[in-house]
Design a protein around this ligand. Sequence first.
Ligand code: FES
Ligand code: FES
Length: 223
Amino acid sequence: MSDPMSNNHAKSLSPQTDSMGAQALLEGLVTSAENQFALSLQVNGKAISVHVSPDTALVDLLRQTLGLTGTNQGCDTAQCGACTTLVDGQAIKSCNVLALQMQGRSVTTIEGLVFLEASTEHHFKVSHDSILDQQLTSGKPSTLNNHLHIMQQAFLDHGALQCGYCTPGMIMRAVSLVDEKIPIDPHAIAHALGGNLCRCTGYSGIVLAVMQGLRVLRNEVES
Ligand code: FES
Ligand code: FES
């Protein structure tokens, strides 16, 4: 995420800037670049404490600091939905929020999805050890004994992906629909997925997959 102030700093430089002034400005920029703030949050069920810059986006915290690269990064302008994650159960485009806004909140990424399960109230809870602990101890990728979350399995059943770039964000958005009062019909689902773009599939398989996943997660049919 760019710092809108940085251009202003650049424009303030002129040939008349004396060396002491330039040095002070440089020191100010260096101090700003090193400015880090403490942040505590939960990521995939694990308590995390890190230091981040004020302009660090959530997607950069996830991908670059925590190594959770399942959250993809596309447009970086809140248009494509590739970066969608769950924050306290709601779908959020992680390129469009600052990491520091996550203080005290619970973030779930595609890597942690398999460790969530629906309660009878359709809320989600961590049901296993966190994915971060699993990755640290086993070095294995995000699935647990090849088990998939119900929505991931639905995407697989319907072949609802081709290149897969949109898929993690699409699945996270789909999971967030469990608690939203959206009827399970193709038009309503397509509308609800409007913020997540797919260049490959034509959406029909995705819509069918989300309908299947929602029926199971809302306990309307057996898995
Ligand atoms: S990368 Fe966040 S919406 Fe496109
Ligand atoms: S499967 Fe390629 S962008 Fe959706």
